[in-house]
Design a protein. Sequence first.
Lengths: 351, 319
Amino acid sequence: MRRTLRETLNLELIKENSLSHRADNLAVKTDAAPLLAVRDLTVNFDAARGQVRAVAGVSFDLAPGETLGLVGESGCGKTVTALAILRLLQSPPAEVSGAIRFLGEDLTVCPETRMRQIRGDRIAMVFQEPMTALNPVLTIGEQVAEALRLHRGLSHPEAWVEAAAALTRVGFPDAPHRLGQYPHQLSGGLRQRALMAMALACDPDLLIADEPTTALDVTIQAQILALLARLKAELGLAVLFITHNLGIVAQTADRVAVMYAGLMVEQAPTGELFRRPGHPYTVGLLNSVPRLDFSHPPGEILSAIAGHLPAAPPSGCLFRDRCPLAHGRCREEPPWVEVSPGHSVRCWNYV
Amino acid sequence: MSELLSAQDLSCYFRLAGAWGKGPVLKAVDGVSFALAPGETLGLVGESGCGKSTLGRLALALLPPTAGRIVFAGEDLARVSRQHLKELRRQIQIIFQDPYSSLNPRMTAGQILEEPFVIHNLGTRPERRAWVEELLTEVGLTSEVAGRYPHEFSGGQRQRLGIARALALKPRLIIADEPVSALDVSIQAQILNLLAELQQRHGLTYLFISHDLGVISQISSRVAVMYVGRLLEMASREVLAAARLHPYTEALLAAVPRPTPERTFNPPVLKGEPPSPVNVPPGCPFHPRCPEAQFPLCRESVPPWRETAPDHRVACHFR
């Protein structure tokens, strides 16, 4: 059964229960020291038509062993955020500002040699398209062993043995005999497993997974998600999980951050976000997802968000053109409001 | 049932090129039978490479069947004359997955929508212009956009253009081949709503192809599940909501992560991957991955396509 926007928002209730104040600290306060702390991350690109703001002041924390789901539609800045954390954006055209602290070290200022030690060793990344992320002219074994040689100082034969172990760990069937295979000889699911083996070979603290299952069929996706859950439990891995799929977020993330047009519009523990979504955009997104349910009549109208992401978002609240709850105040930039512990929304309706 | 589209034992094989002459045979569609009544939406779901799109192309007579028949409004599409096929094609249209590559970048939106009328010699210039305007408003665009080129539209607007083009000749049947897969979820919802409204307004019949079970469950009145070229199950919504289903359908439904965190996601993981359509396993094509196939029968004989209940057909020895 679908609820109306107002019912879902349950504005009055939330206002009463919340300590409605402007949060000084954007991040959720957790007991453990954060593994990764991102503050006011902004990425601008120099383009022919002037500057394009891809990420506008994003802040979040990630505790050890925690999974943060970063959700949003294409072009909202999810991937750019991930690439900025790993310092993989070329500058120029990219212009990155803000602070990215990983285990106390600021990644925005550390020298490139240090960054190379961290990348692939302490922070690893899995990409969406397993075919383009793998080198087509090197064997799988060679590609997994490379990280082990560089970061662990293993010899070629040692790294080869370890590579087989890494592939076995991610459920690669018959790994020792398939080290010599090339990416084109593998199916999509096996390529994604090879990519995971590469990323996890050095036992990193943080895994950035950028739409790791989007290119896969649903039964293979279930395999990869199960694998990720197992590895997280075994290795105590923290994961920044980037996806546009709200179902995957609901099933894998501890906390969720929602992005719209480069801006973080909401952050909440997963259960809370799905039970009491705060931002009208989040509500619209959740209502747009077709429920896998055959009990309603076919072709039932979904309460979709009107319009589309404009090329030049309006001033003030970026969502106000499409927002069913927009009012005069939305012409000013909305504040980041904590509506309940750990649940913050960037919206005037909560002030 | 007076069906609009039906297939009987429909097959489509491709001979692959081998290193030395003829290569192996790829069975893209293998002995498929179904019927589609006017006004209904048959959702065709399956994993990539299972033959969904080939089936769509057979229904448009863009591919000749290797065996079996595909019948539209009582006429075998493989047997009609070229002239008559052109007539029939006015009644069967397609919406493609990728709104970026299915619109000619050198034509304006107005030209793209006018082309079907030009090809079929319909109307005078001013009449066609008026029809184009009507089409644009019908799909939620304004008539001012007629002079714009495809690159000036967003993905969702482009898909609206694709839908308008499919509607131009007032078809009876629309083959929608993954029409929302390339779109963001908020835009996807808009397009699904539009397709549902258009169906109501014009009494359209859809063959809706998708790999996304959520989308399929949103729009379909019946669902057909395809696996390496064969149909494993076909059932109405009511049956799908209540009955015991084919093990593959059950596995597919369980594998979808749902946006409800309360529900624990622990699907029975299907081992391995779908087999290649070049090398289909003997017996039931699903038996190597089936959690229930412990019987020699599953390996030895192809399960018959039988009706187990009204509106419910299954190809499984044990359902």
